[in-house]
Each structure stands twice: as C-alpha cells, then as structure tokens.
Design a protein around this ligand. Sequence first.
Ligand SMILES: [Zn+2]
Length: 492
Amino acid sequence: MINGTLAPPQGPVDIVVENNRIVEVKVVGFPGVEIKESQRPQLKPGGKELDADGMYILPGFVDTHAHIGGVAQGTPAEYVFKLWMGHGITTIADPGSGNGIDWTLDQKNKSNKNEITAPRIKAYTFFGSNLHSKSGREDISTPEAAREWVRENAKLGADGVKFFGAEPAIMQAALEENKKLGLRSKMHHSQIYVGRWNVLNSARAGLTSMEHWYGLPEALFADRTVQDYSLDYNYQNEQDRFGEAGTLWAQAAEPYSEKWNEVMNELLSLDFTLSPTMVIYEANRDLARARRAEWHEEYTLPSLWDFYAPSKESHGSYWHYWGTEQEIEWKENYRLWMAFINEYKNRGGRVTVGTDAGFIYELYGFAYPRELELLREAGFHPLEVIKAATLNGAEALGMADDIGSITVGKLADFVIVEENPLVNLKTLYGTGAIKLQDDNTVTRVGGVKYTIKDGIIYDAKQLLSDVKAMVDKEKAEKGYKITQPGMSGSKN
Ligand SMILES: [Zn+2]
C-alpha cells in the first residue's frame, strides 16, 4: 500500500470497506511470509473480497486540470471519461466547464450516482460565461456586476470559477466575492492582462490555485515590468504567443535570489496552490516526442488528431515553423520553472497534478503519468509525486475529508497496479512499460489493473479497450489513418 500521505510503502495489508467508506486498514504480515488467516479481518456475510495479492494499491488519482471538452476536439465525453478512469483518475476538476455549467453539473450528478463510468467531477465556470445558455459571454464591466455573476454562479451549484484575466478592479471584486462564498478558483493568467495583474495580485485577492505558470515569472520580474515582446508580436499568432513565452522564465528573477524567495514565501503564506500542468507544453521542448507518442495510433480519435495538426486557427496547434531554437528555449524555461515548483514543495507548498489534455498532442489519461514523470524530473521523490497526485489534489479541491489518501473514514477510491509504480512511473501508462524478460522476450508490464471508485471495481484495461474500439470504429467509417504533418499522403 502506498497511502498518499508520504508514508513509505507497507504490506501486506487488508483494507476493509463498508458502505463505500474505509473502515479498517490492517497490516496482516510480512513480505515473503505466508499470511496467517486468523489475523485477517473477517469478511462479513454478503461481502466481497478482491484478491490483489502481490499488487500495489494507491488512492484514486486526482486531475486538477481536466477539460471534459469535446466541441473543438470532436471527442465524446465517454471517450474522455474512460481514458481517465483507465488511468486510475477517479476525480477531476473541469476548469471552465466548456460545455456549459448546466451540462457539467448534470454529468457531475450522474457520476456521483455512478450512473455513468466517470470520475467524480468538480465544475468550475469560466468567469463571465453566460450562466443561462450554452454559449456566449456576459458583459461584466463593473465590480458590482462581477460580484453579481460570482453569486449567481455559486447559486447554480458550481464548485468554483476559472479566470483568464480582467480589469484589476473586476478581478479584485470577483475573487473577493468568490472567496467569501467559500468557492475555489483557478486561473490561467492571460498575457493580455498580466501586465497589471499577476499571480501575486490574484493570490492576495483570494485566488486559491494557479494553472500552468503564466503570471508567475511576471510576479518575479526584478528589472522590467513587461515581457520582452518582439516588436512585431501578435497575440493572435500562436507561434508568437507560445514561442516567445519560452523565453519568459529567463527574464524573471533568478532561482534563490531575494526577489524569487520573497514571492515564493508570500505565496506560501497565502496557502496558494500550484497546478503546473507541465505536460501540456511538453511538445514545446520536444515536438517529436509528443507527436509520435506510441498511444496515438490506437487511442487518439481522428477528429482529435486533426485538431492537433498545425493550424493558424486551432488553439494549441502553433507549429508554423517550430524548430531547434524554440525547443532549446523551452528546455531552459522548464528548468527554471521546475526549480520553482520543487522548492515550493520543499518549503511546504501544495503542488497538484493537472494535465489540460486534449490540446498540443496530449491525450486524456496518458498525459497523467507523464505529468508524474515531469514532477519526478523537477526533483520530487516518487512518494512526493504520489502525494501530489492524491492528497494534494484532494486538498486543493476541498475534498480531503473524503478522498486523497487510504485512511479510515475516506471513500473507497483506489488504484491497483501489478508493478511498483515508485520504481518506474511508466508502469502507470495504459500501454505499460517495456520490460525484457530473462528469456530475452520483450514484454509490457503495468498499466492500471483496477480503478475503484465509490467501491465499484472497474477493469481498467477493459475501459481502455472500449476506447480503442471507439477509435477503430471511427477510423473504419472514415477510412482514416494517422499521418504526420506535411508528409506526402497527409491531409494535414
Ligand atoms: Zn486548461
């Protein structure tokens, strides 16, 4: 058992669940020694036992940045949900609820009742979106209108708000009001507004969590007030936007400098959460890696593959002429960003696991173990990685009383794997990890075996084969084959 609290692995254990709550976690012996039946908790009549002999059990995973999405990507919710559940993700937060807050709350409700195969859902609404129709925006031009919108959002039953940016007075009012109501908030600090409102402004006003990293280097500026934009930059040109963002951390105060420490310490004092979602920009430092990931062939829907292809219109498809120089800049960007994240964790800060998949060649579910690997690369111990994925996520979403660790009193959400994930996080990919056996045969090991949510046991590999069948069907109907951008025979 890896319980999510930084406790070292321990086993064998028996975990007793009654009415969807953990009622007992009992150590029942020693490795390599036969378990004495007399020492084990007794199964009650009508109870059910899952034999996970030799396997590892973890708390269900939490993805704090998980768009159910689908409109731009052409991906049905069932496809997205099964990719998540097939990777042990039992709780997600949808930042923005892009399909409309009513729809997202309906899915949340169905998931709560386990009428659908889906993680539990926390619904955050895009700030300013029209709360009473599926699309459109409301005109929020005064602080009072901002407060009114926030109150209305809370009344509808949303769990929080996702911000991109607004005029400072409006941000201030909206964040204050939201905090007063006890709702959570997330923010992607858009470059349009960040010159006057960075992460520190947000955290002081009551933002509970930041997504990605925008707004943080800006809070760390020591010798400038604006990013060193090239003079012909156009935000609507995404190669400009994401290419030049790759030089931003190098413009911020250096790691461990006075300014850097001051900003970090203030964010820590505000109990502010970092949800880095490093994985979503990994293509920026290695486009071929993301584009050629081995799961695309079997698990990526044609419509999603088309959406990823270089385009001036699709969000996150900014591969106009992405080359060596951009990748090198982004590698350095990651190095500086990771230094901040790791030190934030070392000083007691909360870092969670989010993926933002469905863009930039990152696939739902599969992006999750990759984010774990990136935290490992940033310097996290694998136990710290698992805590980020479980307990920290639960805390950030205000759910730590119910989920996030294997603790008596919490809900029965678990991930079971046959391999030790601490030794090799790659065993958490749906496609498993490559292992050469003693007889020289090449095999795959791992992939989540069971995902358990609310005590319901799902065969994780079956969920992924359902996904594969959906992909096969769409490909057969369209006569579709995944091809690489610009190659002969490619329509992209
Ligand atoms: Zn996002």
